[in-house]
Design a protein around this ligand. Sequence first.
Ligand SMILES: Cc1cc2nc3c(=O)[nH]c(=O)nc-3n(C[C@H](O)[C@H](O)[C@H](O)COP(=O)(O)OP(=O)(O)OC[C@H]3O[C@@H](n4cnc5c(N)ncnc54)[C@H](O)[C@@H]3O)c2cc1C
Length: 512
Amino acid sequence: MPSCDAIIIGGGTNGLACAARLAASGRRVTVLEAAPAMGGGASTVEFAPGYRVSGLAHLVLNLDPRVVQGMDLARHGLGYATTNLATTALSATGDHLRLDGPFGAHAPGLSEADRAAWAALRSRLLAFARVLAPFNAMAPPRIARRAGNDTLRLAKLGLGVRALGKEEFREFLRMILINVADVLEDDLTDDRLRGALAFDATLGAWLGPRSPNSLILLLNRLAGAQGALAVPQGGMGAVAGAMTRAATAAGVALRCGAKVARVLVTGDAASGVMLDTGEELHAPLVISAINPRVTFQRLVGPQHLDAGFFTRTGHIRSRGGAAKLHLALKGLPDFRGADPTTRLVIAPSVGVVENAFNAVKYAEVPDAPVMEVILPSAHGTGMAPDGCHSLSAIVQFAPHAPENPDAARAQMLEAALRQLEAHAPGLRGLILHAELLMPYDIAAKFGMEGGNWHHGELAVEQMLFLRPLPEAAQYATPLPGLWLAGAGSHPGGGISGAAGWNAADRIIKVLK
Ligand SMILES: Cc1cc2nc3c(=O)[nH]c(=O)nc-3n(C[C@H](O)[C@H](O)[C@H](O)COP(=O)(O)OP(=O)(O)OC[C@H]3O[C@@H](n4cnc5c(N)ncnc54)[C@H](O)[C@@H]3O)c2cc1C
């Protein structure tokens, strides 16, 4: 007896977006979330008494406008402490570079030529990102005849690409294939600028700025909100809170502490799930908004899948290279005069970013990691006791499978603190409590396979109609009744909801 029309596994932002969209189409939807609260990577946590930070993701960069409007997130309580967050590329000498607005670049010693080259490069990247953005809001096309593609929409998108003009179209193709370091070194001379852009291109990726195709990741990042960054009021948990309220208002049944252990199959189709408690729930539609590799390898199993497909699901690459650092500080650190309400980036050159990545190729901890630092307590009240501050940093690159995980964590913490102290002398003396989540801690805590930001590496060979695998790229899977809706599907991760919304759209279209 079906418990509802659709069961969604995982109450992250993609699961919630998918649930709300399906509920709006008249379906009875249940979301099953293993953790005690909804939201997945979007959470606010108290990591030391009185000190709060976003537990994993800390900046909004690609929250899908369809989700924001469709779920009416503002009405459900989502507000921002800061929008259009500026970036400060920190220099150990105090000669910081500030990037604000779409084209602003200000720094002592920044030449007019570099300023102009930056504006030209940025404008070109933003134009290319505008061409890519609509692809993120639809199921990727299938490379097959009569594949049921939305040909009219695809034709419109094709026109967008053509509208670039012949010259720019050639440049667009070159940019998709090239590594970001080559472009930066061709166009710019300032190491602070180059370092900050190389950092942005590789944030959350398992590749360095000199790895092939790394520039497309920068385009993908800019496709979000044309590069605009925002800090939610109260941390990233505010996004999860608003989505939870919106889903509830839409009639979705939400269950926390409900870990799915198996997808149930009747005949040759998914028919429900079994929780780790043994409880069974039945529905004709099972939608997995968790990692695709875990979905097929552990929840479905080989007996229900074609052998070749099952083997390939085990090959979906999902290495994470980002660690998360939280510090409770008894005072405001001084980053040599940098504005503490900006995003502080420590990535002094392309070479430093590349070297940090080189280490993790060999499962080692880099001597000089690169990082993005936010001081949540500088953006609003309630994030730290009066006069005190919380610090949240994404630190790269961290090995996802070192030989000795405890030793690697300690070594990584020391390397991160060394970098911070070099840029904010005296910071170490302010630390009351430190917490570092390595990729394997993130995997254990948030169910992100390998600790990967996107639930599966975002790289050209795992993008669009190849994501996560060609047979499951339009959200339907080879097992009838089982669909995908998480970041491991197109268009990838971030606190976005895009994959979940696209999946729901596809389900509504296909099952009418
Ligand atoms: C270090 C780091 C920093 C990041 N920073 C940012 C950032 O600043 N901005 C940004 O936009 N993105 C950031 N991200 C990426 C972002 O967190 C993810 O891409 C995003 O959370 C993916 O959303 P999702 O809904 O697909 O999956 P998730 O958020 O992972 O949600 C999946 C949910 O499924 C649940 N689940 C798993 N298994 C089961 C099961 N068997 N049964 C029931 N429930 C289950 C999990 O508990 C989880 O709640 C960061 C990622 C990392 C690793």
